[in-house]
Design a protein around this ligand. Sequence first.
Ligand code: GLU
Length: 485
Amino acid sequence: MSKVRTRFAPSPTGRMHVGNLRTALYAYLIAKHEDGDFMLRIEDTDQERFVEGALEIIYRTLEKTGLIHDEGPDKDGGYGPYVQSERNKNGLYLKYAKQLIEQGDAYYCFCDKERLDSLKTSVSESGTEIRVYDKHCLHLSKEEVEANLAAGKPYVIRINMPTEGTTTFHDDIYGDITVDNAELDDMILIKSDGYPTYNFANVVDDHLMNITHVVRGNEYLSSAPKYNRLYEAFGWEPPVYVHCPLITDENHKKLSKRCGHSSYEDLLEQGFISEAIVNYVALLGWCPSDNQEIFSLEELVKAFDYHHMSKSPAVFDVQKLKWMNGEYMKMMEFDCFFEMAEPYIREVVTKDYDLKKIAALVKTRIEVFPDIREQIDFFEELPEYDTAMYTHKKMKTTEETSLEVLKELLPILEKQEDYSNDALFAVLKDYVADKACKNGYVMWPVRTAVSGKQNTPGGATEIMEIIGKEESLRRIRKGIELLEK
Ligand code: GLU
């Protein structure tokens, strides 16, 4: 079998949609699973949709996610140029369109907008109205065509679809699909601005670039018979088609910008880790045989068998992604975690505390970085709190017992010089032993006093080590004062 070659063929239209990232990932995995080549091709023939900066987003995303292409505009592999507008400059697509005209498989169309607007409409499967071209220009004589071209009349080039019979194509995920040719429009191959349509350029390029597996979203499934017709007309072997299932939001609607987390950049901004995003996206439409969930990219390369992809829509579940992100946080090297967590910590903590210690406290307790804010806000300033918090049934504490504990501990803690976690813990344990009570009976009121919160990352002494002696004593005295009221 020839070497597997896949391509990621984004249009530079803005942020990297989760669906596009999945397409890139699956194309990468299919190639790498077989030791093949993964290629990047820029599809910029729709000049109106071009967005400034979108190319940088594409390169940055592939680099950050580790989906490193073997060939592309910046890495020549002998199949370039890899940007369609550059290929067009060389007259490539027109040459192939003309070949089809010669064969009678395509024709010039000079119809103006007015005439096209007057054509009958029909409703496509997806419910949108489409105008079916009536092949008017197919019947122009050779002389008429020549005269129009010589006069510089604007034109497009259309495929000449058969009106009878059927076209069948095979998709490796969705199986054999057959459509009546009568349903297939004489789609445009070359537009009046001289650029090819996506529909034409992708077929020409996939063939010329020796692409063996075409991986893309299933919104292209309904166009695949038209592409097949092109392959047939050229006498080219079609690639293996791998159409990926739709990705929906929690309401089972197509994942769109509206949900606020539809792009890779959105997710990074929301504090997700790139590796976790890639891992989660891999599971949107593919399921490993043993239900393993956490995969590094290398593990995915080994495990990914596209034959196990699913046809049914995949639901993008942010909660699940959060959980997965939390697992990645736990596995992360501390220094790397700190580097990413620090800006979030600095948002809330301006005092001269040891931020690394704060980071270590939250590392295993958060799912996404922004969770940090709410977890550590009490370090900066003791929040106002209700003394009812001192009462805890399981710890067997009440406001009275808490007051007594804090009052007894205050002079001990005033004398204590070493405010490291271990030393403080030993002091409190001694006190527990003296009182012959349970740990919680002492730890609960102390932690409440130093944090003003019911839930904190870390215990009383870990917090005290970070805020230091002076601030710890100030908070304990404040607790006493509140409890005495
Ligand atoms: N340029 C198309 C897109 O961005 C690519 C589709 C394909 O992979 O064939 O959706």
